[in-house]
Design a protein around this ligand. Sequence first.
Ligand code: DO4
Ligand code: MG
Length: 280
Amino acid sequence: MKIYRTSQGIVIESDGQFFLSNNHNWDNYINRDNLYHEVLNEIQSLRPDSDLQSLISTQLQAPINGQEVWASGVTYLRSREARMEESKDSGGGDFYAKVYDADRPELFFKATAARTVGSGEVVLIRRDSKWNVPEPELTLFCTSSGKIVGYTIGNDMSSRDIEGENPLYLPQAKSYDASAALGPCVWVPEHPIALDTEISIQINREGETVFSGNIQINRMKRNLPELASWLFRETSFPNGVFLMTGTGVVPPNEFTLEVGDEVSIRIEGIGELVNIVGMR
Ligand code: DO4
Ligand code: MG
């Protein structure tokens, strides 16, 4: 089932039917280890309402409130190659090669809810960067106990020139206003996501596709519970946390985003996250 956050409340989609929850507290709602079964139970006492479908298209919000967004890095070979290329002049390449093979993954703080946008909203590129890309990433929702109960689509917007100049600039390359997009929903399946699930991205500019790519999550070097368990070492998340799991699709080096581009990321089972690129 899918859980949407809208300005009118929490909407549940199950087997093509839509239900409005009586619960309005997003943080309490999603932070439950038995989320799938509890929501399934809840909808037994709710009446389906097909009008809620239009509510989702007009009043959708990012599926985040009191959670933080964290991100994983260099979890796919393609990401390792891309980072090594972009940082070769600064001598930073070795760090990426080492972290790909190390036990401890690269995990970094990405965004608060205030810096995260939902589907249909604008993601930003920085004024002080000339080389920007979206990063399409399967994103986990982990409850406060560390259990993965849901999944969403994430866009880890990144400034490759800032990151490539010096790995210590990573927080500036990755974390700024509207640098994270999540949505359209939190998908809560009965069983963990299938490893042959495909992530795909398309970037359109003035009606033409200027980049597209795809990858299956089984190409990831690490497994999903492993990433979640490293995140929860010594760090607690009272409202649960979103964890982006890294990108396996990186456009060629000559590509950079432009204002007005439309970035569309699809993950089977979850849906589509669509954002327009802007600059302040
Ligand atoms: O080390 C840089 C960040 C890597 C990243 O965001 C990714 O691999 O997705
Ligand atoms: Mg990333």
